[in-house]
Design a protein around this ligand. Sequence first.
Ligand SMILES: *[C@@H]1O[C@H](CO)[C@@H](O)[C@H](O)[C@H]1NC(C)=O
Ligand SMILES: *[C@@H]1O[C@H](CO)[C@@H](O)[C@H](O)[C@H]1NC(C)=O
Ligand SMILES: *[C@@H]1O[C@H](CO)[C@@H](O)[C@H](O)[C@H]1NC(C)=O
Ligand SMILES: *[C@@H]1O[C@H](CO)[C@@H](O)[C@H](O)[C@H]1NC(C)=O
Ligand SMILES: *[C@@H]1O[C@H](CO)[C@@H](O)[C@H](O)[C@H]1NC(C)=O
Ligand SMILES: *[C@@H]1O[C@H](CO)[C@@H](O)[C@H](O)[C@H]1NC(C)=O
Ligand SMILES: *[C@@H]1O[C@H](CO)[C@@H](O)[C@H](O)[C@H]1NC(C)=O
Ligand SMILES: *[C@@H]1O[C@H](CO)[C@@H](O)[C@H](O)[C@H]1NC(C)=O
Ligand SMILES: *[C@@H]1O[C@H](CO)[C@@H](O)[C@H](O)[C@H]1NC(C)=O
Ligand SMILES: *[C@@H]1O[C@H](CO)[C@@H](O)[C@H](O)[C@H]1NC(C)=O
Ligand SMILES: *[C@@H]1O[C@H](CO)[C@@H](O)[C@H](O)[C@H]1NC(C)=O
Ligand SMILES: *[C@@H]1O[C@H](CO)[C@@H](O)[C@H](O)[C@H]1NC(C)=O
Length: 724
Amino acid sequence: MLVVSRERCSIFPYRKHSKNLRMAPLGLAFVLLVSLVSPTSSCTDQDKGSLLWFLAGLSNDGSLAASWRDGKDCCKWEGITCSTDRVVTGVSLASKNLEGNISMSLGNLTGLKLLNLSHNSLSGGLPRELLSSHSITILDVSFNQLNGALPELPSSTPARPLQVLNISSNLFTGEFPSSIWKAAENLIALNTSKNSFTGQIPTHFCDNSPSFAVLDLSYNKFSGSIPLGLGDCSMLRVLNAGYNNLSGTLPNELFNATTLEYMCFRNNELHGVLGGAHIIKLGNLVTLDLGRNNFSGNIPDSVGQLKRMEELYFDHNSMSGELPSTLSNCTNLITINLKWNKFSGELSKVDFSKLPNLITLDLLYNNFSGTIPESIYSCSNLIALRLSYNNLHGQLSPQIGDLKHITFLSLASNSFVNITNALQILQNCRQLTVLLIGYNFKGELMPEDDIIDGFQNLRVLAINGCQLLGNIPLWISKLPNLEMLMLSSNQLTGSIPVWIKAPRYLFYLDISNNSLTGQIPTTLMDTPMLKSEKTEPHLDPGVFALPVYSAVSRQYRKPIGFPKVLDLSNNKFIGEIPQEIGQLKSLLSLNLSSNYLTGQFPESLCNLTRLQVLDLSNNNLKGAIPSALNTLHSLSAFNVSNNDLEGPIPSGGQFNTFETSSFDGNTKLCGSMLIRKCALAKAPQANILSTKETSYKTAFMIAFSAFFVVGMLYDQVVLSRYFG
Ligand SMILES: *[C@@H]1O[C@H](CO)[C@@H](O)[C@H](O)[C@H]1NC(C)=O
Ligand SMILES: *[C@@H]1O[C@H](CO)[C@@H](O)[C@H](O)[C@H]1NC(C)=O
Ligand SMILES: *[C@@H]1O[C@H](CO)[C@@H](O)[C@H](O)[C@H]1NC(C)=O
Ligand SMILES: *[C@@H]1O[C@H](CO)[C@@H](O)[C@H](O)[C@H]1NC(C)=O
Ligand SMILES: *[C@@H]1O[C@H](CO)[C@@H](O)[C@H](O)[C@H]1NC(C)=O
Ligand SMILES: *[C@@H]1O[C@H](CO)[C@@H](O)[C@H](O)[C@H]1NC(C)=O
Ligand SMILES: *[C@@H]1O[C@H](CO)[C@@H](O)[C@H](O)[C@H]1NC(C)=O
Ligand SMILES: *[C@@H]1O[C@H](CO)[C@@H](O)[C@H](O)[C@H]1NC(C)=O
Ligand SMILES: *[C@@H]1O[C@H](CO)[C@@H](O)[C@H](O)[C@H]1NC(C)=O
Ligand SMILES: *[C@@H]1O[C@H](CO)[C@@H](O)[C@H](O)[C@H]1NC(C)=O
Ligand SMILES: *[C@@H]1O[C@H](CO)[C@@H](O)[C@H](O)[C@H]1NC(C)=O
Ligand SMILES: *[C@@H]1O[C@H](CO)[C@@H](O)[C@H](O)[C@H]1NC(C)=O
């Protein structure tokens, strides 16, 4: 049975819809039928020969040969179906580990209707004989490594019976031949997604193929404008051209395709304004995805007429204006994603209580003002709500506790007030796993310990950038599932509490930019997730309901995608760095800079083999930099400037890549890269390295690849002050 499901080109989970395209049942069921037919005769020699030619073209036939070479009647071979008069009608060999070429001999199977070779490792081109076949109606070669350009068909090729062509997830290149269109008068579904097709989308679709219903061109390199001819497709239901390089505007003619249920142009170079008079024609739309383009103007009032609409994506464009109140007429809406635009005005224009199915509302990075409309709190199915980076203000309403299913809430960077109130209310949202409320509550007091008692499912908590006064509160120690804690850029005082290792899944701790005092407690070095090198299996692999951004272009889909980080920088810590820091073996980034730390550079840091970022700058450390630090092959950002270190800089390894500024302000350091050279006897490690000449190449490769990864990590560490 052929089931064409609508798919969204975005990576979010999607729902299937009921009205599927159904066609004559073919396929594996026939294998069973065939065995019931008495074998009065066997298949023709020609069919058998063609199949054996195909087999011969394979460099790896899985285990087909065993079944196929045995026995005369090819109708009984694995994957083959025949009609009652013993003509081969189906070749279904999906997921059989086939490798090698697809032989053109299959085009000689004159009764072949279904050819399914998907999910193999077939390579080479797609034979012209199959595209121009007189009999094939369903051709599925998706998920292989077929390459090259598709063959042009002779201009005289008469109409072909081909109805379904799935060549997705291959390595095809070149333009899509328009001659295939001309001959494919019976085409219903074409999927060319995930190839490397270039050039224009063929212009005339439905002049020739009046039944055309499903077109998936996504994830290619098609360029040029959207062909006007698409508007002539009177049965088109699915149109996905996302992730290409299309430019220009949505042509008016496109809106003549009024049967469209799914339309996606995500991630192209399109621009222009959505005309209200046009959009209204697409009254059957269930999904509209125009994200990641450069559309401008506002959402027209007539969007309210799209009554079937369930998913609306206008994210990452230049759209502006207020949300139309008519949006609340789209009562089937499940997802509204308008993030990264210039929308403004009061959200309360929209009556969200009319949208009972709403699960995701993402308005990140806009310019909405006013308070959070109370009507949102009646969306009892809401799972993800992100209003961060807008101009909203006010106190949170107790009704937010009515959102019983909410797991993801981001309100960061608005002007909300009364954090005590906010946390007291939010602890009633029992399912909450991600709470990002930084850059609000300016200068308030961190809530008292005994008031908060909830958040049992919380995994990520960011209350950063608030200039909050007070201490690191005890209630955080009672969050059993906490994995990431961001309290940076407040004015917290007092010392790091000894319970800090209590959350046993904590692997990201950023308390930088506060006024914390005292010594770095050795209990911190017992943080289980940072100690163990095999911690990932214990962490919940679940994805965020929405991707979390730590910089404009850096998004994380799961908590475990984040690096393991310990950032205590810019505080008033005193005393020595505990030797036990060498226990935090899985740490990727350690920042202790800009404190008042004294004592030696801890030798045990050489044991942190995964370390990519190490910043101890602006302290009062003395003594030598351990030479064995050059064994940290992943280290790509290193800073010990402005201390009182002495002796030679380690040489070799990643130390060949650091700028001299990493060592500035340590007058007693010496090294070949510094003005102050070392006496020869003081650099024995250079000799050690030269005896390891053979491993140099590997070391270089490791260093190089690490550098690539780490460039990204460093960005993340530097820019990660946001969390929205
Ligand atoms: C597959 O076809 C290509 C040309 O398209 C040819 O060069 C290659 O030898 C063929 N491979 C096999 C295993 O037949
Ligand atoms: C296919 O059929 C044509 C004509 O019937 C014949 O000339 C050709 O050899 C056949 N090719 C294969 C590979 O079987
Ligand atoms: C081909 O086979 C695969 C695996 O069984 C199946 O998922 C796919 O739907 C089939 N293609 C067609 C067009 O029926
Ligand atoms: C290929 O596309 C057709 C039509 O959209 C579909 O029925 C078939 O299941 C797809 N094949 C695979 C392997 O998904
Ligand atoms: C096209 O094929 C891809 C796999 O390559 C699949 O994910 C997608 O759902 C298909 N499109 C349609 C409309 O069926
Ligand atoms: C996208 O298309 C433009 C022209 O519209 C072209 O200049 C550019 O090179 C294309 N980019 C890619 C990545 O193909
Ligand atoms: C298609 O759209 C164009 C432009 O909007 C319009 O002029 C034309 O009449 C429409 N054609 C049909 C058949 O509706
Ligand atoms: C997007 O469109 C605006 C005008 O609406 C224009 O100023 C801007 O340059 C465009 N951006 C890109 C990247 O094309
Ligand atoms: C659409 O919404 C507007 C404003 O909310 C309302 O006045 C109007 O009656 C609604 N129209 C329909 C057809 O429901
Ligand atoms: C955001 O909205 C305010 C009014 O609420 C306005 O003053 C400001 O200019 C807007 N900012 C941008 C970047 O559009
Ligand atoms: C902040 O919230 C608390 C608890 O809801 C409340 O008692 C207090 O009055 C609020 N403060 C202000 C200034 O509204
Ligand atoms: C490094 O780790 C090893 C084994 O875990 C341990 O024996 C050694 O003492 C550590 N070195 C330092 C300097 O802590």
